[in-house]
Design a protein around this ligand. Structure first.
Ligand code: GLA
Length: 404
């Protein structure tokens, strides 16, 4: 990968991605291909997400209630006549050249992995790509799924191909698991693909059915980024996946039942076989079982406009993630505590994989500005020196710019 260039300047991700692509064309194309850089590029955008309730349920075939945020990864693209992907990451001031067989590290791994999975069905054109983003990385807002979905949508478009959003999400999910090595569930990719504007998304990770749940005008959402960066591949994430699998094996054997996943376990079954599980595994399963119940409760409460109940489910979800699932950290606990005591806040919880990253708070829209200011003022001392607070709106999933 190489550095150089001045395409990291201000502007929206779409503007910066377009500028970076134009700059890439000027110094990289063979003269005969320069005309291409003057035609309008294809641009895809995909959002980051917060998850209101339903933490660590997705890889257990469970339920989630995410919402895409109005922060995006933008990918500007134009086809090439060879099979190379020449990729400019404007935010990192780096360019990578990827042949189909290449297996790079870092951000380029996501691009290569998506292209590899998409190539399995039909050819993908070589392409020049430029990426720019305002989704913070390592903040638990799923910047990697946003990158995958935007790259995937852009590559399909320059190749004259299309896929339904759910199929593209599954392709990107496979890319993350097989190419990057995170044993994640489908939450992030389905959120970046299928969320709708002004709504949360009720997601059943077993049936893969989705349904928008309108948030209504009187709800605001705050993200409190602790500034403690998490890195899923190096965190305990894959440990939790393995603990759930081991607990499921134990329950299957002790109950002598055909259990496909922890989705098939309810409180009665768990209590009846509690003695067979070691205490840590018992708590992991208790989190998953109660979290699925909380998603159902929060989804119904949101649909009924009962925001206090949604907030209660979020606070209970955080306690469970902290105590039973043990994926929180002191900064996330402090962020949730600070939000919960702020007037106008219905509830808050950590969002994403945990071990750092962000908390999400559901706030009365009339109190949003005041709550944001109060949390921002207190965050450096209460949460950490690098904490950041911002409001976000529920946004739509991946799309081509101009086709919204
Ligand atoms: C990460 C993973 C998701 C999901 C969440 C926790 O974001 O990528 O698949 O497991 O953590 O809910």
């Amino acid at each position: 990968m190489t550095g150089g260039g001045d395409d990291t300047a201000a502007g929206t991700p779409v503007e910066r991605a377009k500028a970076a692509l134009a700059a890439l064309g000027a110094d990289g194309d063979a003269p005969s291909r320069r005309s291409r850089s003057t035609t309008a590029p294809t641009v895809a955008v995909a959002p980051g997400r917060v998850n209101l309730v339903g933490g660590h349920t997705d890889y257990n075939d469970g339920l989630c209630l995410p919402m895409a945020v109005d922060r995006h990864v933008a990918v500007a693209a134009r086809p090439r006549s060879d099979d190379l992907l020449r990729v400019r990451a404007a935010d990192f001031d780096e360019t990578a050249e990827l042949a189909p067989e290449d297996d790079p590290d870092g951000w380029a791994a996501y691009v290569a992995a998506v292209a590899r999975v998409l190539r399995e069905d039909d050819p993908i054109s070589g392409a020049d790509l430029a990426i720019a983003s305002d989704v913070p990385t390592g903040a638990g807002l799923s910047s990697s799924a946003a990158l995958e979905l935007a790259v995937g949508r852009a590559l399909l478009a320059v190749s004259g191909r299309d896929l339904p959003a759910a199929d593209l999400a599954l392709a990107c999910w496979r890319a993350e698991r097989e190419g990057v090595g995170v044993e994640c569930g489908i939450l992030d990719q389905f959120s970046a693909a299928l969320c709708e504007a002004d709504s949360a998304l009720s997601l059943d990770c077993r049936s893969r059915e989705t349904e928008p749940v309108p948030l209504g005008d009187c709800v605001g959402v705050l993200v409190i980024d602790t500034g403690v960066s998490h890195e899923l591949t190096e965190s305990g994430y894959n440990d939790r996946v393995r603990e759930c699998a081991a607990a499921l094996d134990t329950l299957r054997e002790d109950a002598d039942r055909d259990l496909d996943s922890l989705r098939d376990v309810d409180r009665d079954l768990l209590d009846a076989h509690a003695d067979a599980l070691d205490p840590v595994h018992f708590r992991r399963v208790r989190h998953v079982v109660t979290e699925n119940e909380r998603v159902r409760r929060a989804r119904d409460a949101l649909a009924a406009g009962d925001l206090d109940r949604v907030g209660d489910a979020m606070l209970a979800a955080h306690d469970s993630l902290r105590d039973d699932y043990e994926v929180s950290c002191p900064e996330l606990d402090a962020a949730v505590e600070l939000a919960a005591e702020t007037p106008g806040v219905y509830g808050a919880r950590m969002t994403g994989g945990g071990f750092g990253g962000s908390a999400v708070a559901l706030v009365d829209d009339d109190a949003l500005d005041r709550a944001e200011r109060a949390i921002r003022d207190a965050a450096p001392e209460r949460v950490g020196p690098d904490a950041d607070v911002f409001a976000c709106r529920p946004s739509a999933g991946v799309r081509l710019v101009g086709e919204e």
